[in-house]
Design a protein around this ligand. Structure first.
Ligand SMILES: [Mg+2]
Length: 144
């Protein structure tokens, strides 16, 4: 006798017939994650503040993942502050809003983190979108 599958579950390995947009998204995100991580190698050099004569090495395993996630929170807080301050222009890219630039920082941090720890973000996003289509609205009796 086999166990019944838990309700509302999927297996990525069983997902078939991805659209061209989904496949393209996975490919482009992978390329851009590599680029983002490459551009930000300095975030992953250990020790972060080397002593004189000490040569830092690339070592994601030396960093605390929780701390890295807190840096993502920090960018979301900066986005909140942009709203609280009335949606100012960004101070670095002056023809864009600060809110969208802080949201960009969030995405950059997430992409960099996932590349550093070899997490398959593109497939996970598509899998989650597919899974979410199987869920009822406000599943679990949530108010919002
Ligand atoms: Mg920021």
């Amino acid at each position: 006798m086999t166990e019944a599958a838990a309700p509302h579950t999927i297996k990525w390995q069983d997902v078939k017939n991805l659209t061209a947009a989904e496949l393209g998204f996975i490919q482009v995100l992978s390329i851009m994650m590599d680029k983002v991580h490459s551009d930000n190698q300095q975030w992953w050099m250990y020790p972060p503040k080397p002593a004189e004569g000490q040569r830092p090495i690339y070592a994601p395993e030396m960093f605390n993942q929780g701390e890295r996630i807190a840096l993502m929170h920090s960018e979301l807080s900066e986005a909140l502050e942009a709203i609280r301050h009335g949606y100012p222009a960004d101070t670095h890219v002056t023809d864009m809003g600060n809110l969208e630039m802080e949201m960009a920082d969030v995405v950059i941090r997430v992409m960099d983190f996932c590349e550093a720890y070899k997490l398959d973000l593109g497939c996970a996003i598509i899998a989650k979108l597919i899974y979410n289509r199987t869920r009822p609205p406000k599943h679990g009796g949530k108010a919002f």
